[in-house]
Design a protein around this ligand. Structure first.
Ligand SMILES: NC(=O)c1ccc[n+]([C@@H]2O[C@H](COP(=O)([O-])OP(=O)(O)OC[C@H]3O[C@@H](n4cnc5c(N)ncnc54)[C@H](O)[C@@H]3O)[C@@H](O)[C@H]2O)c1
Length: 355
């Protein structure tokens, strides 16, 4: 399959320039490593980034205008790695022969645009996948498997954490929670005072299966996305862990060694899943989806649902912290995702990559 990328930034290729990241951690890295895809073209309005990425990955088609790239190149899969995805996605759905769009998260900044993107892809038979990367990460897949197998019995309460705003880190968290628990019924939230366009805060999510979840995305000086699940028969601790090798902690109820007739929690040995690059798995999923006409693990609808939860928390806060039942009626509300590369006070972080 021929692939192209719009946006030659951190997710486009720069994360793989960081000696500390596991490779591949970017769209360019994944397309290049995966044997079923060829990276044939790239586009960025920043020519320095564009040329450096194209030189490194030997990409023949270089463009500063994505519309020109769409006109001239023969492309099967388009990755959208800019911050605002709406217009690029809508224009790409008009491209003849395009089979799939792999869009970065959050899918859109409001519900109206997210719905239009999902609809336009469907109408034009383009498979839309949103990069909530944890769905293809063996650690989070393992947690879901443990939940579904009933390892800790019926889930009762969940504590979810993320950093960098409800739209940025938050949409990753909401997608993860939906991956574990299904759809959300209502949300009630609070936004913390913050100069960012995308402040965090705290909220309660009630899932349709009855589970109550407390989520926190207040500013932290460290990266933290995950959830602890509390069940009738034990606890799975999957928060705080952003890389697979950090492991999952499972504690189950066993007869107490200190008191008769009661149960207490004991740590269990679980098979740690072997790490495989999530973005390569995502590409496998996309190609299987194209070939067998089926949705991927993180569809456009999933991307839209994560955005909807983030927006509903704002709607709740704006209305005086009232519960908001989904689907969210206010489709015009816009919250622009916070740039991870900006500090708490909105100042750009020092760029760590060689540019
Ligand atoms: N899945 C993840 O874990 C993850 C991690 C980081 C970022 N992201 C997402 O990836 C996206 C990009 O984030 P980033 O940190 O890589 O940003 P970035 O600022 O490093 O890169 C974005 C690039 O897009 C280019 N660009 C902007 N408008 C353009 C246009 N019209 N045409 C062509 N190029 C254009 C910019 O010049 C820039 O080089 C965001 O949506 C972000 O939320 C996802």
């Amino acid at each position: 399959m021929k692939a192209a990328i719009v946006g030659c930034g951190r997710m486009g290729w720069l994360f793989d320039e960081d000696p500390l990241t596991k490779k591949p951690s970017t769209h360019a890295g994944a397309y290049t490593l995966y044997e079923k895809t060829d990276l044939v073209a790239a586009c960025d309005i920043n020519t320095t980034r564009l040329n450096k990425m194209c030189d490194k990955y030997d990409i023949p088609g270089r463009y500063t205008d994505y519309r020109e790239m769409l006109d001239k190149e023969d492309i099967d899969i388009l990755s959208i790695c800019t911050h605002n995805h709406y217009q690029i996605c809508m224009d790409a759905t008009k491209k003849k022969g395009l089979k799939a769009i792999f869009c970065e998260k959050p899918l859109a900044y409001n519900l109206k645009e997210a719905e239009e993107m999902v609809h336009a892809c469907k109408e034009n038979n383009i498979l839309l996948t949103v990069d909530h990367t944890r769905r293809w990460d063996s650690t989070f897949m393992k947690i879901r498997e443990l939940v579904k197998e009933g390892t800790i019995g019926k889930i009762q309460t969940v504590k979810g954490f993320c950093t960098v705003g409800w739209m940025n880190g938050g949409t990753h968290l909401f997608d993860l929670l939906r991956y574990y628990l299904g759809d959300v019924d209502w949300v009630q939230g609070h936004i913390q005072p913050d100069p960012s366009t995308d402040p965090g805060g705290r909220a309660v999510l009630k899932f349709k299966n009855g589970v109550m979840c407390f989520v926190d995305s207040t500013w932290k000086d460290y990266v933290y996305v995950g959830a602890d699940l509390i069940g009738e028969k034990g606890i799975i601790e999957g928060s705080g862990m952003i890389r697979s090798e950090q492991g999952i902690r499972v504690r189950k109820a066993v007869p107490s060694k200190g008191e008769s007739g009661v149960y207490e929690l004991e740590e269990q040995d679980i098979d740690s899943p072997e790490w495989q690059p999530p973005l390569i798995r995502a590409l496998e999923d996309i190609i299987e989806g194209i070939e067998h006409n089926k949705q991927t693990l993180c569809s456009g609808e999933d991307g839209k649902a994560a955005v909807e939860i983030a927006l509903a928390i704002h709607e709740s806060h704006n209305g005086g912290n009232v519960p908001i039942h989904l689907p969210l009626r206010n489709k015009e509300l816009i919250v622009k995702s916070r740039f991870t590369s900006f500090t708490r006070d909105g100042e750009p972080l020092e760029v760590k990559y060689a540019e």
